[in-house]
Write a protein that binds this ligand. Sequence first.
Ligand code: CMC
Length: 391
Amino acid sequence: TGYVAFDSGYANTGSCISNITYLDGERGVLSYRGYDIAELAENCTFVEVAYLLDHGSLPTRDELNEFSQMLNDFAMIHEDMIRFFDSYPPKSPPMAILSSMVNSLCSFYPEMTENPLENIDRMSARLVSKVRTIAAFSYKKSLGHPVVYPRHDLSYCANFLNMMFDSPVRPYEINHKVVAALNKLLILHGDHEQNCSTSTVRMVGSARVNLYASVSAGISALWGPLHGGANQAVMEMLESIHESGGDYRQYVERAKDPKDPFRLAGFGHRVYKTYDPRCRIIKQACDEVLEDLKFSDPLLDLAKELEEVALKDDYFVERNLYPNVDFYSGIIYRAIGIPTSMFTVMFALGRLPGWIAHWKEMWDDPAWRISRPRQVYVGPLSRPFVPIDQR
Ligand code: CMC
């Protein structure tokens, strides 16, 4: 059936034309809509960056107020959805809950079906706002505690933290440094061009399925330990090194052994052949946040020592393996009280505006076609049929 180019893992396939995120993996450059991420992370709130990704330009004050108002108006979830949480077995992975609940949003908010682009601003604000509420409620439910409703007087990140940590017996005090740290982390996760989950959102959406179902598929892809699940895997790795006496060199050796499937979590990247610019910012933020919060974490020292040893090792040097966005992010999440099981949910919260921007761009693309890769078939071509009694 003609010539098919085989490209394992799509390492060299451009699947779309996009103007959302620029990534230069040789030089370690990353920008959203032309703005360097370091500048955005330093000066913006996550809500501004979500607006930038989804609308193409930074919001004016009026636009930001309008968007924030929408986030406020859409912050609650249908009360029937709260009952979903009660039906999951205890200790269900939060990513499983998140993916299913996001998929279910299309049943509760079916405005999508007609002409989605007419409603896209409302739908994206709805999604950005509700995923935050779903994430916080799932944590509360995992503790067996009552949920804390969103508040109209709190900013996006402060609201999330309050829904996570406030309780009738111990009121949560908003700490602006914690809010700032969370804003920074979410901004740095905002988009990353055609990574596995974003490509999934585009691929699923290319069949003309609704935004919520497409994003739900993206959440499932993100869950994997080679993708967003790596932030949880890093923390588990650091904890296990720490608990077993701190011999990180042994883990570096294991990661190099071709017979051992173990890899250093939070190291390596398909596109970056130099230091991941997000990791550079997060590493620096770790020191600042821990100092601000007067929180000392032996895992931060361990992570830095492990990085230093790996970066001097020929195996990692020859393969251009550097720490990635997931290597240090968990240290900050831990310092601000987010449990390890929620780390990948935090990644999803940050990546959401990126998924929405790509879904929207894909839907509106004049060159859109359903995604339908080919394969190189290597099985038998023709076999005589054998009736069941003769097999
Ligand atoms: N530890 C040890 N060796 C590694 C690692 C690692 N973390 N990553 C790659 N390698 C080796 C790999 O074994 C291979 O060696 P060889 O050429 O001898 O066979 C070489 O480096 C190239 O690796 P690859 O698997 O062909 O690279 P890839 O582009 O297909 O995979 C990756 C990229 C991120 C999946 C991989 O580096 C990895 O598994 N890293 C650990 C998981 C991780 O941190 N994921 C988060 C990625 S960044 C954020 C995100 O996307 O969510």
